[in-house]
Design a binder for this molecule. Structure first.
Ligand SMILES: Cc1cc2nc3c(=O)[nH]c(=O)nc-3n(C[C@H](O)[C@H](O)[C@H](O)COP(=O)(O)OP(=O)(O)OC[C@H]3O[C@@H](n4cnc5c(N)ncnc54)[C@H](O)[C@@H]3O)c2cc1C
Length: 233
């Protein structure tokens, strides 16, 4: 492991408990990485002991800063929430094997909540660089929880190669909502996509969401090697 100091450039508060942190090295550079990679972040806790956690890069490698979309949860994220512009966070990476396969013909991205982080980078790669057919299913409890909603909607506008299927799992659906309601499962995928054959599925989110959906896809006949998942516990 080789931690390096990174400078906090910007912290965007997306919801009450989700922030996007943008960081670069002091000289403005970022390390080389691939969409889907994650990095380790390290910070001293209140007792001065170093604590670390893993975070997927939400940024695309061509963007000027590394960005991480983080949900406030426990001890480490409470330390992160005390950070401000100009502060230093130690970063190590990239790591991981949740990466795009070059021979995919069509990609289906499925994310729950902040699971969109790694997928955003992969989607930008797929739509702008690889120019392969793809779509995103993103679920959240509320509309603000659909992080990157406007960006994904814009990316899908008039784009025959990229479709966006947002879904809300809350009981009270906001008026005027034109996305889906309920959890993402094989029935919803079939309703929107028709046949699931020949597609590669990239799932990212909690163990409950990504793990169960991966099992359901395999049970529905999708070959194991076409179901890739990143589960965060
Ligand atoms: C590959 C990967 C990518 C991830 N990407 C994201 C992301 O993009 N956005 C996001 O919000 N979250 C992401 N996570 C989850 C993230 O790493 C943290 O688990 C999460 O932020 C909660 O950390 P916390 O300390 O605030 O919560 P806590 O509830 O205190 O800890 C959560 C988990 O961290 C682990 N942990 C606890 N103590 C330690 C310790 N001393 N050392 C090491 N691990 C410990 C345990 O597994 C624990 O269940 C990712 C996880 C992985 C594995």
């Amino acid at each position: 492991m080789k931690f390096e100091p990174f400078v906090v450039k910007d912290i965007a508060e997306e919801t009450d408990d989700v922030c996007i942190f943008r960081l670069t090295r002091a000289d403005g550079s970022v390390p080389a990485y691939q969409p889907g990679h994650f990095f380790l972040m390290r910070l001293p806790d209140e007792a001065g002991k170093m604590a670390q956690r893993s975070y997927s890069a939400a940024s695309h490698p061509t963007e000027s800063a590394l960005s991480f979309c983080v949900k406030l949860k426990g001890s480490f994220t409470h330390l992160l929430w005390k950070m401000k512009n100009g502060d230093i966070i130690e970063i190590d990476g990239p790591y991981g094997v949740f990466l795009l396969k070059a021979d995919d013909t069509e990609r289906v991205f499925i994310g729950g909540g902040v699971g969109i982080s790694a997928l955003r980078s992969m989607i930008l790669q797929t739509v702008k660089n690889d120019q392969k057919k793809s779509c995103l299913f993103h679920s959240a409890r509320s509309l603000p929880g659909l992080i990157y909603y406007s960006e994904m909607k814009k990316l899908a506008e008039g784009n025959r190669n990229f479709k966006f299927y947002p879904t809300l799992t809350c009981e009270e659906i906001p008026s005027g909502w034109d996305g889906s309601c309920g959890r993402i499962g094989v029935p919803m995928l079939r309703e929107k996509l028709g046949s699931l054959e020949g597609k590669t599925f990239y799932l990212c989110g909690s163990k409950e969401m990504a793990g169960q959906l991966a099992e359901a896809l395999i049970a529905a006949g999708i070959p194991k090697e076409k179901v890739k998942k990143d589960e965060w516990g």
